[in-house]
Design a binder for this molecule. Sequence first.
Ligand code: CTP
Length: 452
Amino acid sequence: MIKVITYGTFDLFHEGHYRLLERAKALGDYLIVGVTTEGYDISRGKLNVVDDLMTRIENVRKTGFADEIIIEESIGQKVNDVKKYQIDIFTVGSDWTGVFDYMNEYCKVVYLERTKNVSSTMLRNQNFKIQRIGIIGNGRIAGRFVAEAKCVSGVSVQGVYNPHIESAQRFANEHEIDAFLTTDVLYDKSEIIYVATPHETHYAYVKEALLHDKHVICEKPLVLKKEQAEELFALAKERNKILFEGIKTAYCPGFNNLINVACSGMIGSVRYVDACFTKLENRENRELTDLVYGGSFLELGSYCLLPVLKLFGCEYETIDFESIHGENGLDLFTKASFQFHKGLATVTCGLGVKSEGRLLIAGTKGYIVAEAPWWKTTYFEVHFEDADRVEKYSERFLGDGLRYEISALLKQINGNTKTDFKLTRSESITMAGIMEQFMIKEGRCTDEDMGA
Ligand code: CTP
């Protein structure tokens, strides 16, 4: 009996897939088809798969060509499968010619001619119109966003708006996008608005974009007042638009895996979370000179609050802040301590004090530790009472990681993900409330508070 194996994502099942499977089956007597998992696709940078795994498997099964269907979940699995299933022929489409020549060592490799003029990418682009993104603000993060958006099929960064026209023009030239001279043009040419302006301007820009019926992705912290966050999410709901706070950590595969492990029971019940993020900043920079909206906690707090709220929920019983202040009164280092019904949490952020920047999650049976930069999680360990027992996990983190949040946003817009479970509205609203409490405690008065 000749055994054949082939692999694919088989998203939006099409004629090319059907013809490939038909010919793969004809190469032998028994065909095994490996269908990729969502996690594997994300980790190899295929970010916009529409159909879920069960749908893709079902579509392969319906062709009647597969004698057996397996799932492909990691790089390097192919060689293992060939040995395990005693495969005679490995086959894929001709778009992969050469890539799998190394498999010749284990079995025969056959590249089948690819069917012309059809692909999942083409169908995704036909079924879902390209979402044009207009950027407001052109700081460093906006530059990274443009580069990362290129890795996500289905979106296109159209242009940038900044009231300082020359600055927008420079950025536009550098990134080969348009410079929008007015917000009217910005709204006319975009379906999604990316707000990457200083914190205090977020509220007004997000609101205006929603009132123009645009989806919005806003840099963290979304806003610094609970009421404003509630109002913006209510407005987004009323307008049937997605409002999305851009905390990249929430969407990266490694961090999601870490939270899943923490919730899996492996370390028992989670009782303590300690999240630290420090980044020494030049004392002349906005972050350490803006006396109302600067400082460590407003700058870095969102990252550290994320695991705390994910693991303990949004209902904390008490919160307490302690800070080390610079001469100008801004916090160079802040520690926020929480008491929850289920446990305790501390969050430490520093722009003027360097610390280890670790995430620690302690449970009744063990603890998880992820070293800096855990906010771009690629590796974490699980430890137990028996010090010799250590479980190690690693995940890829591609580029600057913004591609994961852009892809998650696109999935929500296209209706392929129904929920916002990776970063919920309640979590964003709670974070805004915590920032607000911090500002009150620090005696920071906003223009609005002064009745401006
Ligand atoms: N395939 C093919 N002809 C096509 C499209 C795909 O023969 N027109 C083959 C691929 O070469 C592969 C298998 O079908 O062996 C599964 O491909 P997959 O990557 O799932 O499909 P694509 O349409 O290529 O997906 P994408 O556009 O996302 O890359």
